[in-house]
Ligand binder design. Structure first.
Ligand code: SF4
Ligand code: SF4
Length: 270
């Protein structure tokens, strides 16, 4: 029939129009801003920086690696690295962003910064009520304005935030196990020399060897001295006693040899 399609279309429109007043599923608008519908989990607007704990400054996950700054297509991220370090979520000392600005008047919500961040430090916010009359001050967000807690991240993207938490927790366990193993290995290595020293017996000092051979004239004297003292000296030969090898002198011979020869008186001396 001619015009049947048009009639069907008008009927559908009329049904939706009437139904939107009585059926809640057909109500597509709300009295904004008094009434606000929850945003879908996958919705996104501009990036924010995630921090853990209660202190936004200490808890920022960002380590100022500047990957997002380099990858951002319209170059609307500006980062300055810190001079010092602070512990990250696994306790490892890391530098942090002393300055982290995003110009959201330039940002095109592409989410590339989120995709390239290796530290789960930057995520997409769902906040859209950002209108301001201050073009520069109002739309150039610094790190304090960008910082949002992990609890807030769970509120806007619960499924994604739970996955991220599980991944970071597993990584933390792995890092802690590695650190523990390294500590144990270092302790074992340090204990090894002590136990090895205890196992090796002490080398006994060689006893002073007795001098068996004169190595010098002085030593010869030292060696010879005791021998001379202990060996009795041979008796000196005495003439007439038989010790010199000759026959011993008799008593008569002794008398004869001891008396002087008699001289005759009146006889002229020869
Ligand atoms: S969402 Fe895209 S444009 Fe915006 S800051 Fe990230 S990388 Fe840059
Ligand atoms: S947000 Fe991520 S990618 Fe960007 S500087 Fe920080 S750690 Fe690096």
């Amino acid at each position: 029939m001619l015009g049947e399609g048009i009639l069907k279309g008008l009927a559908e429109t009329a049904r939706n129009f009437a139904g939107s007043f009585v059926s809640k599923e057909r109500m597509t608008t709300v009295e904004y801003p008094e009434v606000r519908l929850p945003l879908p989990e996958a919705s996104r607007n501009f990036p924010f920086l995630v921090y853990d704990g209660n202190d936004w400054e200490k808890g920022l996950r960002c380590v100022a690696c500047q990957i997002c700054e380099k990858e951002c297509p319209p170059k609307c991220i500006y980062i300055e690295k810190s001079k010092d370090k602070k512990p990250d979520y696994v306790g490892k000392p890391q530098i942090y962003p002393a300055k982290f600005d995003i110009d959201i008047s330039v940002c095109m919500s592409c989410q590339i910064c989120v995709e390239v961040c290796p530290f789960e430090a930057i995520k997409m916010n769902t906040e859209f009520e950002l209108a301001t009359t201050d073009r520069f001050g109002g739309l150039l967000l610094d790190r304090h304005e960008l910082a949002k807690s992990n609890e807030y991240y769970h509120t806007i993207h619960p499924t994604e935030a739970t996955e991220v938490d599980a991944r970071l927790a597993a990584e933390k366990v792995k890092v802690e196990a590695k650190a523990k193993a390294a500590t144990q290995a270092a302790a074992t290595k340090a204990a090894e020399p002590a136990s090895a020293a205890a196992a090796v017996p002490a080398v006994a000092k060689p006893a002073v060897a007795p001098v068996t051979q004169a190595s010098s004239p002085k030593a010869a004297e030292v060696n010879a001295a005791p021998v001379a003292a202990t060996t009795p000296a041979a008796p000196k030969p005495v003439a007439g006693t038989g010790t010199d090898g000759a026959a011993p002198i008799t008593e008569a011979e002794k008398k004869t040899t001891s008396e002087p020869a008699k001289t005759t008186e009146g006889e002229p001396k020869a």
